[in-house]
Design a protein around this ligand. Sequence first.
Ligand SMILES: Cc1cc2nc3c(=O)[nH]c(=O)nc-3n(C[C@H](O)[C@H](O)[C@H](O)COP(=O)(O)OP(=O)(O)OC[C@H]3O[C@@H](n4cnc5c(N)ncnc54)[C@H](O)[C@@H]3O)c2cc1C
Length: 380
Amino acid sequence: MEQHLYEPIHEEFRALCREFMAREAVPHYASWEEQGIVDREVWRKAGAAGLLGMDVDEEYGGGGQRDFRFNAVLLEETVTSGCSGLGFGLHNDVVAPYLTDLTTPDQRKRWLPGFCSGDIVTAIAMSEPGAGSDLAGVRTSAVRDGSSYVLNGQKTFITNGDMADMVVVVAKTAADQGAHGVSLIAVERGTPGFTRGRRLEKVGQKANDTAELFFDDCRVPVDNLIGTENHGFYHLMGNLPRERLSIAVGAVAAAERLLAITLDYARSREAFGRPIGKFQHNRFLLAELDTEITIARTFLNHCVSEFNAGRLSVVDAAKAKWWTTELQNKVADRCVQLHGGYGYMLEYPVAKAWLNSRVQTIYGGTTEIMKEIIGRSLGL
Ligand SMILES: Cc1cc2nc3c(=O)[nH]c(=O)nc-3n(C[C@H](O)[C@H](O)[C@H](O)COP(=O)(O)OP(=O)(O)OC[C@H]3O[C@@H](n4cnc5c(N)ncnc54)[C@H](O)[C@@H]3O)c2cc1C
């Protein structure tokens, strides 16, 4: 489908991303999947190539472009290259706004140059073994003691958790105040009392490390508070639409890639003396998927434009997130079927894409939570 979202400058950036992925990621990706984590070096190379912190101010080494289309282009190219699990999206799309918009000038000087160079890989730790969807129920505590916070608790499922040099931790600073007692506190690598647990073994997205984090009397300076004390929940709510938009960008790119791969296959694979795509059932199925992907792309492009204009609502971000990720899963499932037995073989990209798609309806807020948000907006 013709794209009306991007301008020539974004297409130039796309060419740079595509070349980077082909040179620095594709040749190593299988070994990263095997080890369950990417090599640190690819972060520094991405930083040097201008692929980290595109919307961070230039004075800190960023791209200085407050335009989410650059983020979208990079994400699309990681997906299209088959290397979707690098962790750049989490860093650029999810963590960046906390560091650019909620920090003090001193904090920006401390963290943003490393953020952009790839020397400071970031993560955000909300989920806990006992609290995922229900974020107000987090139990990790941060108790003020003089000029420090002392953190105790545990986080799980943290993307980039093992690689991260700095983690934005969601912690309770006022234990009895539910959502009104949550703060965001940066915890840096090497802080005594901060340890990492297992690198979790996942069904898909295998090159991207996902880890457990532990805080045991972990003392960090009060200067590591991000945003306002006890306003963490509001800071999260303010930034979750951007995270959901980013997941939707990945979902649509993945669905488009799956369809392209499967169309090639359906044209060349023969059964009963003709290409399998020529059977009416399959032709109609592919026509339906193509239609739905076109609709998804159209709504997504609208959401990216709305986000850039500062108008993307929480409800529209929720719609984009659940609908595109459910579509991605449907497309992946149908495309595996169209590949027959080969669709179940990991050497076929469609099989890996199917495994990688499954988590998309779970993280960043599950489909059910997205429908809760939309349902509430309907007064229900
Ligand atoms: C690969 C991966 C990477 C992740 N990365 C991160 C990360 O970087 N940082 C981070 O903080 N977290 C991360 N997560 C965690 C993720 O955000 C949570 O798993 C997710 O929010 C769901 O929480 P949960 O697993 O506790 O499930 P639960 O909240 O226990 O939900 C279980 C089921 O109940 C349903 N449910 C819950 N509440 C309702 C309700 N009100 N109505 C209807 N149904 C409901 C859910 O939809 C789900 O189907 C990651 C997870 C994975 C798998």
